[in-house]
Design a protein around this ligand. Structure first.
Ligand code: FAD
Ligand code: SF4
Length: 516
């Protein structure tokens, strides 16, 4: 006979990206009266075809967090993926929990995904249980703060939002002005490795699987055998303590060079001087205030230069907060945006990494192996190719949401739909990030040894990026000509004679057909 569960006062709902015992959902938590609900469900790994490392990271971090809560004396109703009667979706599992616990109310911190939020609200309403959704204190700004910032502005731009947050939170300030006299040191942050390459790089701290992670990986391999990704090299932080180690390691060994090389790429060097902290922050194992505070302290202690520290802080205090504001402001409907009318399918090689385009092979290969690529690989290789080819932005969005360990919709969607595909028509980015193969040649070593030539747009050895770049400018010339930030590119297009333009169009069309 099933054990009767005593009635719960509040049932606190904790999702896989809410692994913070200090979150608002736990305010007033009484272990004697309240319980926690967590559920591993198949739907969250299959609504997009999730990478095995991404699934493994979420599940093992959840299990470690469950054990931490239990060690605090909390009652946790935790549903494992392989429980015989696991209903497979968050809504159905929540319904089961409500019937078992008969709580007076449900409490949770704001979810990071509109779909999940709607599902949980719908279930609670249908069963007549009040659901208290609390502000997410993990972020510096609330969604209401962002609305206030956006109100009355014709165009939203990161720079002003970022400056406001710097002032409000006293980050990298010198009195009322920015530390060092400038708000932004971006011009010092565009270095490349040159022909000699990056040299010996400091390997980031690695976290080999413990017993819980090994068990989870086995479960993932058994339940999702055909999903993309390879779990053999799993080494992500899975607890807050791990994440602290990763932060300290980054500050000591890589922060100083982060700024200069943040846009550079190099084959078979996935991490370079990047922090690898996004997944820990997105799962809420690590608080961004802790990260920003520690990085600023490194500067004040003379352990890292201002340009690197400002560049890094801008990513977290600026971009990370900004994209969240855009997401919640633009949902629902954002995922359907398609300002450039792009409808082509995503090339199959995005899921296999098999292509003779070297730069794509590099970025896709490491993504499928590790679940990681850094910002410029995501924006200016995989994202750029899809933009130039004219792939349906929703298909691009689903791929990004599936393959990166740090992918949660509030941060992924604006970066993909807005920044990389310009599908929101300029809400997120002031211009499309369109470039030819020459950009990739300058920023990486991928073109060396590639059978294509980034300088050529037609002929057997034409670089597909370069062909598609000119074709993109031609296809969208009327729209782009209205954008002052595209003036130079449109001017260069006008210099091409009609025969050249037609050859490019023909080459682009054959390329598109060959990729079907
Ligand atoms: P670092 O290079 O070390 O940067 C430090 C931190 O800054 C990151 O950990 C991250 O928290 C933050 N950050 C940097 N850039 C951004 C940004 N554009 N938006 C928000 N935060 C940022 N980031 C995700 O966390 N999840 C995603 O699903 C995601 N999808 C992306 C898709 C595209 C097309 C692009 C262009 C960017 C995407 N990003 C995403 C942003 C960025 O690429 C990753 O945060 C970063 O590569 C993670 O690696 P890292 O921790 O080593 O970052
Ligand atoms: Fe990529 Fe073109 Fe360079 Fe080849 S030549 S690596 S396809 S940019």
């Amino acid at each position: 006979m099933a054990k009767k569960i005593p009635r719960t006062r509040h049932l606190v709902l904790v999702l896989g990206d809410q692994l913070d015992a200090e979150s608002s959902a736990f305010d007033g938590f009484d272990p004697a009266l309240d319980s926690v609900w967590m559920a591993e469900v198949r739907e969250e790994s299959t609504h997009v075809w999730s990478h095995k490392v991404r699934i493994s990271l979420f599940l093992t971090a959840m299990r470690h967090f469950r054990d931490r809560l239990k060690s605090l004396g909390y009652r946790v109703d935790y549903r494992t993926l392989d429980a015989d009667d696991n209903a497979g979706s968050l809504g159905a599992e929540l319904e089961r929990a409500i019937r078992a616990h008969r709580p007076a109310s449900l409490i949770m911190t704001e979810p990071g995904d509109y779909r999940v939020r709607a599902m949980l609200i719908g279930t609670a309403q249908r069963l007549g249980v009040p659901l208290d959704i609390r502000t997410d204190r993990h972020f510096y700004s609330t969604t209401a703060d962002f609305e206030r910032f956006a109100a009355g502005r014709k165009q939203l731009r990161l720079e002003y939002f970022y400056r406001e947050l710097r002032k409000k939170h006293g980050v990298l300030m010198d009195g009322d002005g920015p530390e060092g006299g400038d708000w932004n040191y971006d011009t010092e942050n565009r270095g490349t490795f040159g022909k000699a390459g990056p040299g010996l790089l400091p390997a980031p701290a690695a976290f080999p699987p413990d017993e819980i992670t090994r068990e989870v990986i086995g479960l993932v391999e058994a339940h999702f055998p055909d999903h993309p990704g390879n779990t053999a090299k799993f080494d992500w932080p899975v607890t807050s303590a791990d994440a602290e180690v990763a932060l300290a390691d980054f500050i000591e060994h890589r922060l100083s060079s982060f700024g200069e090389y943040q846009d550079a790429m190099w084959s078979a060097e996935p991490y370079l001087y990047h922090s690898r902290l996004s997944a820990s922050m997105n799962l809420k194992l690590l608080n961004p205030r802790r990260v920003v505070g520690a990085v600023e302290k490194a500067y004040r202690d003379g352990r890292a230069p201002l340009a690197a520290v400002e560049g890094f802080i801008r990513q977290i205090l600026g971009w990370r907060e900004y994209v969240r504001g855009i997401y919640w402001r633009s949902m629902p409907g954002y995922l359907e945006k398609n300002a450039l009318g792009a409808h082509r399918p995503l090339p199959k090689f995005y899921w296999t990494g098999v292509t003779d385009f070297h730069c794509l092979k590099d970025a896709l290969g490491q993504t499928l192996e590790l679940g990681y690529a850094h910002h410029i690989q995501r924006l200016m290789v995989t994202g750029l190719f899809a933009l130039l080819l004219g792939v349906d932005p929703k298909a691009v969005h689903e791929w990004y949401l599936a393959v990166y360990v740090d992918a949660v919709e509030w941060v992924e969607a604006p970066n993909v739909i807005g920044m990389s595909q310009y599908a929101d028509g300029g809400v997120m980015a002031s211009k499309p990030y369109a470039a030819s193969g020459k950009y990739i040649q300058r920023m990486s070593n991928s073109c060396k040894g590639c059978r294509y030539d980034p300088a050529k747009s037609t002929g057997d050895t034409a670089c597909p990026f370069t062909t598609l770049y000119w074709d993109f400018l031609m296809r969208h010339e009327t729209l782009l000509a209205k954008n002052p930030r595209m003036t130079m590119q449109v001017k260069n297009l006008k210099r091409l004679d009609e025969d050249t333009k037609q050859s490019i169009r023909d080459q682009a069309e054959s390329l598109r057909i060959s990729l079907l």
